[in-house]
Write a protein that binds this ligand. Sequence first.
Ligand code: 4NP
Length: 161
Amino acid sequence: MSERKPVNVLFVCLGNICRSPSAEGVFRHAVREAGLEDKINIDSCGTGDWHVGNAPDDRARQKALQRGIDISGLRARQFHASDLERFDYILVMDRQNLADVRDIWRQNGGTEPELFLNYGRSNHDEVPDPYYGGDKGFETVLDLIEDASEGLLDVIRRHQA
Ligand code: 4NP
């Protein structure tokens, strides 16, 4: 990869305690394994403010750890309009996140948000909210996120090459 400015990637969900911190952890892991940690900056946030400052949900932490990914150090923050300027990729988990961030984007411009699973090969286009469900939902979240993370890394590599 050439000496370019780092690429800035933001994952967005509702609470920033289940899906987007899982995406941050999984993608960070993939980026580190590819030796690209100096080239790609990664963050996550939520459209809501209920969990600001909180660590990821215990179930999300446990399920990620079972796959060798430690997300326990992450803390929730809320999406801010300034993120539209700071990040090159704004990747949302579901259509409600997309509608919420798009409202702010329409007023502010910057990077247009897109569904994260556009980068995946599954036939899903949303990462389902696992908060009120069981353990299986958290496994599904990780499966979908791992798949889309591979596709995203491929696209960023190609654009940076
Ligand atoms: P997340 O999951 O958006 O994947 O972090 C949720 C976390 C909390 C709530 C909803 C979804 N909540 O309603 O508090």
